[in-house]
Design a binder for this molecule. Structure first.
Ligand SMILES: *Cc1c(COP(=O)(O)O)cnc(C)c1O
Length: 357
């Protein structure tokens, strides 16, 4: 793929890498590529970071045709930069796009776009412990008409943001509220895609939970309101007795790459792992009788996030004395070790970015 490069004449000063937060700073450039029915994907370019100019009738504003990815570039101790399972993000982007009738991108082209963009922006990958360069590829419909038709024109853009450690104050367990009113997704809908609309639909429950002092909600299935699905922007796992259980990929939950990696690590190490339905009753019973040993969320942003309290209606349950559990900690250490290149990548998950000449 031919990628044109227009270098910024006005590079920004790098932010203080001890005060990055999440998604507040952006790098000097962005990757853009356009799609039209006659030309397919064309005009791939890396250009100075700037506001976009879009027609006010563009499909994305009215009918929500947008899908995205979230991934990170990590700096190793030796100074090199690497990605973690980037092809998984590319595949999921296409799977999301397919559901929303947005055009597919050739996998190799999408990977090349991500890698070339990170290569250009590599000086923005911070090096303090736990920091990374968060990458946000997104794809949306840009037709300039209000009529509801199959999407003809689209854009694929990648932006990047240096982000701080999710655990600036140490790995502290979070409080999660089981949501009983709103639902996030149903089978046959868009739950398995990373589309903006899923987040819009989640906002109200998230706001209510936050008001009550909870960091995220735990969704139940939309039909029976009975089976555990996932947490806000993370998949969820439980250790019940000696079994590690996580909801099966039923079509309504997001197939997380961190989830997949945790399962591969656990299975490889001989743990008993099940992907199956978990009812809220089973979970409550396990909390009451003490067999629920650990609970954690997993996703790219936090990697692994221990759950210290679960609320259901008026009841509150503490998990593992509000401490990080043994397997939770082990998964966190294993994945972050590979991602930041501190431990050998025996799984072949990392992809190195060529150094700038
Ligand atoms: C992105 C996301 C996840 C986590 O996926 P990863 O690939 O592990 O980052 C989980 N649930 C939802 C709803 C998400 O959007």
């Amino acid at each position: 793929m031919d990628i044109k490069f227009k270098k910024t004449t006005n590079p920004a000063a790098k932010p203080d890498s001890t005060k990055l937060g999440f998604g507040r700073y952006f790098t000097d450039h962005m990757f853009i590529m356009d799609y039209s029915p006659d030309k397919g994907w064309h005009d791939a370019r890396i250009v100075p970071f700037a506001n976009l100019s879009l027609h006010p009738a563009a499909t994305v504003f009215h009918y929500g045709a947008e899908v995205f990815e979230g991934m990170k570039a990590y700096r190793r101790a030796d100074g090199t930069v690497q990605l973690f399972r980037p092809m998984e993000n590319v595949k999921r982007l296409n799977s999301s796009a397919e559901r929303l009738c947005l055009p597919q991108i050739d996998e190799q082209d999408a990977l090349e776009a991500i890698m070339k963009f990170v290569e250009v922006e590599q000086s923005w990958v911070p090096c303090n412990p736990g920091t990374s360069l968060y990458l946000r590829p997104f794809l949306f419909g840009s037709d300039e008409q209000l009529g509801l038709h199959t999407i003809q024109n689209a854009m694929f853009i990648i932006i990047a943001s240096p982000v701080g450690s999710y655990y600036a104050a140490g790995i502290n367990p979070v409080k999660i509220m089981i949501e009983t009113e709103d639902v996030r997704a149903v089978k046959g809908g868009t739950g398995y895609t990373k589309c903006g609309g899923n987040y819009a639909a989640s906002n109200r429950a998230a706001a209510r939970a936050e008001e009550k002092g909870y960091s995220q909600v735990l969704w139940l299935d939309g039909v029976h309101r009975k089976y555990i699905e996932e947490v806000g922007a993370m998949n969820v796992m439980f250790r019940i007795g000696d079994e590690i259980v996580t909801p099966e990929l039923s079509g309504s939950i997001l197939p997380g790459i961190t989830r997949k990696s945790c399962l591969e690590v656990l299975r490889n190490e001989g743990y008993k792992v099940s992907e199956r339905k978990i009812s809220v009753d089973e979970l409550l019973e396990a909390m009451k009788n003490g067999t629920l040993k650990e609970a954690w969320g997993c996703g790219t942003a936090a990697v692994v996030s221990p759950i210290g309290e679960l609320a259901y209606g008026d009841m509150k349950y503490t998990v593992n004395n509000f401490e990080i559990g043994e397997i939770t900690k082990h998964l966190y250490d294993t994945l972050t070790g590979i991602q930041w290149g501190k431990t050998p990548d025996t799984y072949g998950w990392t992809v190195e970015i060529p150094a700038n000449k």
